[in-house]
Write a protein that binds this ligand. Structure first.
Ligand code: ZN
Length: 407
């Protein structure tokens, strides 16, 4: 959204939205500074701020440094504890139920198991009931809830109400998911693709206006991507921006993917598929170090970090699996950097904390790149947190962008 004010009264809610977002981004400021920042007259800012204070969304108190020696101005802050939002983040075989305050601080979260290709109606009724129970246990009254955010795998409709295809989360397609959640919770509900919601949360929690575009890539069971320009997360003309994991990279004979195609990038490069492939070739001759790990644990308990550790130790089979995955992913990232020239590439997922994997990926991305196109790969500082925060923050963002109104 824009973060500039306008003095026309018809844009009052836009000015309220800009003020709320500015106070959130800057962690508070004086009236004078807020007026300067938004380009509003002192009279206009006084009116907006008085309204927001009377509604309890903004508080005043304390002093901020002012211009000139010894000058201090009364500070304004977002009253983040005035309202809260609830959320449900759908992953593969699980859903994370959570709530946050308006500044993104987590109130609670709980992971629940979900069958694959679930019966949407049955699961939504169950999840809604559990979510409202958790809110009650955490002493959150209905009156302070501003809405519910749903973050879902796959393709959603342009009006952000319907799950067009949830890539196997639900059996039904074109499912009116918001309508169902609203029916069971009574809360205004907003829907987003799960990875796009994570990038939106990353921007909400740490917006740097000096970076124009960002590409966010999550590697977990699959590989998801999202692209932002300014504060805006691109949806794409077909609501599929930026499905990097589903780029077809094997024309024939590829593995089946959750999206319904075969040979997608994530069937070679995602942690889940690399682990599956390493287990498939597990053998004392071909993967001696991984075999040793499997003997110390049970073969079913080896994870992607065992495969990475074996590869780091020189295990030929493990190396071949990781190298293949890294090579394909690096090529996709390089194409993306040449195509969109992002200011930053943000990596999200536990695998990026593994030094061997990161060194291989960085080397893969640098290979063949000229210096004018090099881009720093940056690990998200919210690694492991956005699954809990991103869904409720969809509702928080909608509330702020509506000028502090539930619409
Ligand atoms: Zn796919």
């Amino acid at each position: 959204m824009r973060i500039e004010g306008d003095n026309m009264t018809s844009l009052r809610s836009g000015n309220r939205a800009a003020a709320l977002l500015c106070l959130h981004d800057e962690n508070g400021m004086s009236r004078k500074r807020l007026a300067e920042k938004l380009g509003l007259t002192p009279a206009a800012i006084t009116k907006i701020v008085s309204e927001l204070i009377s509604e309890g969304l903004v508080t005043e108190g304390g002093f901020m440094p002012g211009r000139g020696a010894g000058r201090r101005e009364i500070g304004l802050s977002l009253n983040a504890r005035k309202k809260c939002a609830l959320g449900v983040f759908f992953g593969l075989g699980e859903a994370i139920l959570s709530a946050t305050w308006m500044d993104g601080e987590l109130i609670f979260s709980e992971k629940v198991e979900l069958p694959l290709k679930a019966d949407a109606e049955k699961e939504i009724r169950k999840i809604s009931g559990r979510l409202m129970d958790l809110a009650e246990q955490n002493s959150i009254p209905r009156s302070i809830m501003i809405g519910l955010g749903i973050a879902l795998r796959g393709v959603i409709s342009r009006d952000r109400k319907t799950a067009v295809s949830s890539y196997g989360t639900f059996s039904a397609e074109n499912y009116p998911i918001c309508e169902q959640f609203e029916k069971h919770t009574g809360l205004k509900t907003v829907l987003s693709n799960n990875v796009r919601s994570m990038l939106a949360a990353q921007l909400f929690l740490s917006y740097d206006p000096h970076v124009e575009s960002r590409f966010f890539m999550r590697c977990d069971s699959g590989i998801g991507g999202a692209l932002s320009v300014g504060r805006s997360v691109r949806q794409g003309d077909n609501m599929q921006c930026s499905e990097i994991g589903h780029i077809p990279v094997e024309a024939a004979g590829g593995k089946p993917c959750h999206c319904g195609k075969t040979g997608c990038l994530e069937t070679i490069s995602s942690p889940a598929y690399m682990l599956e492939e390493a287990k498939r070739i597990l053998d004392p001759e071909r993967t001696p170090l991984l075999w040793k790990s499997a003997e110390e644990k049970k073969p079913d308990e080896i994870d992607i970090y065992d495969v990475l550790n074996a590869a780091r130790g020189g295990d030929e089979g493990a190396c071949s699996v990781i190298d293949r995955g890294v090579t394909y992913l690096s090529e996709a990232l390089k194409s993306l950097v040449y195509m969109i020239d992002p200011g930053s590439v943000i990596l999200y997922g536990g695998i990026f904390d593994h030094p061997y994997y990161m060194s291989r990926l960085s080397a893969g991305v640098e290979t063949g790149m000229d210096s004018t196109h090099s881009v720093a790969l940056e690990k998200s500082r919210f690694n492991g947190e956005l699954e809990k925060l991103s869904a409720p923050l969809l509702a928080v963002s909608q509330f702020m962008e509506s000028g502090g109104k539930i619409i």
